[in-house]
Design a binder for this molecule. Structure first.
Ligand SMILES: *[C@@H]1O[C@H](CO)[C@@H](O)[C@H](O)[C@H]1NC(C)=O
Ligand SMILES: *[C@@H]1O[C@H](CO)[C@@H](O)[C@H](O)[C@H]1NC(C)=O
Length: 259
């Protein structure tokens, strides 16, 4: 019996582990040319190495590699609350997986819960991009939409301002008590190449996604920004159990958005 119990526990942990390491979203842009040249492929490889190194140090980097027609542009960023060890692990995985997931694409983007990586043969730095998106909404509705939405709007207003504010590195987090027992947590994140105005614009569009209306939790994942709110803690500092649980996609409906 003790053995069985142990076995089940390990099994359950494995499921959580697998879910938390799967990408949250991926885009291999079909509108871009499907075949890269060997020269571009080589530049993508070298760019990815550069991005992994720099992002592991500072949590963010935007960089280019190559010249002329074979030049590639890349950006990598960890969610700003994520500790550097988790950031480094995430970005290494992302750089390895992106080429397997999007072979021969010149425009590829890959999101994990803790980090994001992207490359393109065209420059995208500083541009608000809300065209492609992946949305996850909790299958459960809130019981008192009016009270909930008022609290959510006020909290999002606060975290959006933090994210677009000076010295934030694109991150805003906050929480608000809905009752003695219920707390609402929210996070907003922009890629660090965006200006404050562009960051706000991106977050405004993300907050307006009707897919999230009256849901107990929601994630909006765009190429330029990310918004999430939940009725449980999901941003760091977090204990290991909460970190695993909050990375799970179980109990969420997803929606893929295309431009
Ligand atoms: C695809 O490649 C061709 C030839 O290099 C180029 O003329 C065309 O603009 C490219 N299309 C896109 C969508 O990038
Ligand atoms: C949540 O609300 C939507 C829209 O009003 C409704 O279609 C759906 O059935 C509700 N879901 C649950 C689990 O009650």
């Amino acid at each position: 019996m003790a053995f069985l119990h142990h076995y089940l526990l390990i099994f359950a942990l494995c499921i959580l582990y697998v879910e938390s390491t799967d990408p949250s979203a991926q885009i291999c842009n079909e509108n871009s040319n499907t075949t890269t040249t060997p020269e571009i492929t080589k530049n993508i490889d070298l760019l990815l190495t550069k991005l992994v190194q720099a992002t592991s140090q500072t949590g963010y980097s935007a960089s280019t590699f190559g010249l002329g027609k074979t030049k590639v542009f890349g950006l990598a960023q960890c969610r700003g609350d994520v500790p550097s060890q988790e950031c480094s692990t995430c970005i290494q995985t992302a750089a390895k997986e992106i080429k397997t997931i999007c072979p021969n694409r010149v425009d590829a983007r890959l999101w994990y819960e803790y980090c994001f990586i992207r490359y393109d043969t065209k420059s995208f730095f500083g541009q608000v991009d809300t065209g492609y998106g992946m949305l996850y909404a909790n299958v459960e509705n809130v019981t008192d939409p009016e009270t909930f939405n008022n609290a959510l709007d006020a909290l999002m207003y606060r975290v959006d301002a933090l994210a677009a504010g000076p010295g934030s590195k694109g991150l805003g987090v906050g929480e608000t008590k809905l009752s003695d027992f219920v707390t609402l947590y929210a996070l907003a994140q922009c890629t660090q190449d965006l200006s404050p105005v562009s960051c706000r614009k991106c977050l405004e569009i993300a907050n307006g996604e009707t897919f999230c209306d009256n849901k107990k939790g929601c994630r909006v994942i765009y190429s330029s920004c990310y918004v999430r709110y939940e009725l449980y803690p999901f941003f760091f500092p977090l204990d290991q159990k909460s970190a695993l649980e909050s990375s799970s996609m179980a109990n969420y409906w997803s929606l893929t958005k295309k431009p």
